[in-house]
Design a protein around this ligand. Structure first.
Ligand code: ADP
Ligand code: ASP
Ligand code: MG
Length: 439
């Protein structure tokens, strides 16, 4: 069985959704994982914002009315047969009734997650209806019945057991359709895998059913060697190893959710990134083959929203146990550290989650003489092969010699050199590295 995931832009217009039905209708059995139609999750976030954070239900209501008009226009163009159009409208009504029912309630994170789930719930039902209108035999698999997280992480054992049971109990359809992104948590409440999470859903589903292949269909011909939103002349990469792709996804290549490669890697299932707008383009294949040459940068990515923390202590660094004390504070507040560099008197590290930043800084001050926090930092990550025995790896940094680099990390893994810069230099750094490496 195959797993194919289509992102928001791939189904962003009725015409595109029709084209996706063509792509998936090839006789091979598959599970199709869909995102919300493009822009819908942003609109839902904004509705929740008005209800709960801005306390402006009237504005929230206005946004719902606008969303309703957009959804109605979508289904009117999608369906030709009146009975399918009526069903499509019923789907909209069901979701919007839920949204409207929350407008006068006090903030509740559970309700916010229910609001955010409506995009995928609507898009999958429309797609299923459209397939059936076209005589394509399809069946909906409700993700809320098998996709589960436990303490914020996917419960892979549960997902595997439940999904395989559902598939076993259902008739042998050639096409199953399910929602990306949404799930339930350990208390049974609706939750999600965070923004961009449909890629992660697809990988988890692929691993759960031991799929032949996981295909991520999007609006570009695979992973490019740099971020095409900021850099000119980027090119598609034919092949990446799981480790290279995992580093790129984690360090900012938006085309893949940060954790989406991991389930595929664990189960050794190839992942292909393909372009819905150009289905015959080769795209990128991610598999277990390690075919990078030494000191060759396969791709560059950038991750924004990074916070740098410098911890100085003249007394304690020489004493062993200081780093342990630092790590324990981050562990206590479940805040992962991305980069770290040390000297005899100071440690610099980065985090991307500022939820507990103030309390972490307070606790660090109790064991350090100085704690400095800098926001608006960016990690630029060069992914390739930099073995410990190779010479010349730092040569890639040559074009940055007149720019301030806050931290450098080499040797953590042999796949990556990372630097930390102020976000204001991001575009310059990406373009200069690109021109230097791929000229
Ligand atoms: P989807 O809605 O299909 O999930 P996304 O917008 O999440 O699509 O991801 C695709 C986008 O990722 C591309 O349009 C591109 O602008 C951006 N992107 C960022 N970095 C890369 C990269 N290295 N290679 C390809 N695309 C990238
Ligand atoms: N619809 C969700 C989002 O916009 C999930 C996804 O597209 O992957 O973040
Ligand atoms: Mg995405």
């Amino acid at each position: 069985m195959l797993v194919l995931k289509f992102g928001g832009t791939s189904i962003g217009t009725p015409q595109r959704m029709k084209e996706v039905a063509q792509i998936v209708h090839d006789g091979r059995q598959k599970i199709v994982v869909l995102s919300a139609t493009s822009g819908t999750t942003n609109k839902l976030v904004s509705i929740a914002q008005s209800f709960y954070h801005e306390k402006d239900p009237a504005f929230g209501q206005e946004k719902i009315d606008r969303l309703e008009r957009d959804c109605l226009a979508f289904v009117e163009e999608l369906f030709e047969k009146p009975e399918f159009l009526a069903e499509g409208k019923r789907v909209i009504d069901e979701s919007l009734t839920i949204l409207r029912s929350f407008q006068h309630q006090t903030f509740n994170i559970v309700q916010e997650k229910i609001i955010l789930a409506q995009g995928e719930l609507m898009s999958t039902q429309w797609f299923d209806l459209y397939c059936r209108q076209q005589g394509i035999s399809s069946s909906l698999l409700p993700a809320l019945e098998f996709m589960r997280i436990q303490s914020g992480h996917p419960d892979e054992l549960y997902i595997k057991g439940k999904l395989n049971q559902i598939l076993k109990d259902s008739a042998n359809f050639p096409l199953f359709i399910t929602q990306g992104y949404i799930c339930r948590n350990e208390s049974g409440q609706i939750d999600n895998l965070r923004r961009g999470g449909s890629d992660y859903s697809a990988a988890l589903i692929g691993a759960a059913i031991q799929a032949e292949e996981i295909q991520i269909w999007t609006d570009i011909d695979g992973v490019h060697n740099n971020d095409p939103r900021f850099v000119d002349n980027t090119r598609s990469i034919e092949q990446l190893s799981f480790s290279e792709a995992a580093e790129l996804a984690y360090f900012g290549a938006k085309i893949l959710h940060p954790f989406s490669v991991i389930p595929a890697q664990k189960s050794n299932i190839p992942v292909r990134l393909l372009n819905t707008m150009n289905p015959s383009a080769k795209g990128t294949t991610i598999n277990s083959q390690e075919i990078a040459s030494n000191n060759v940068v396969k791709a560059i990515a950038a991750k924004d929203g990074i916070i740098a923390i410098k911890i100085k202590s003249s007394r304690m660094l020489l004493a062993y146990g200081f780093l342990k004390k630092i790590f324990e504070i981050f562990e206590k507040y479940q805040t992962p550290i991305d980069m770290i560099t040390t000297s005899e008197v100071a440690v610099s590290l980065t985090i991307d989650n500022d939820t507990y930043l103030d309390i972490i800084a307070e606790e660090l001050k109790q064991i350090a003489t100085v704690v400095e926090v800098d926001k608006n930092q960016t990690i630029v990550c060069m992914v390739g092969r930099f073995r410990k025995t190779d010479v010349g790896a730092v040569e890639v940094l040559e074009p940055l010699k007149d720019l301030p680099i806050r931290m450098i990390s080499l040797g953590g893994s042999e796949y990556n050199i990372s630097i930390l810069i102020d976000t204001e230099y991001k575009q310059t750094v990406l373009q200069r590295l690109h021109d230097h490496v791929y000229a």
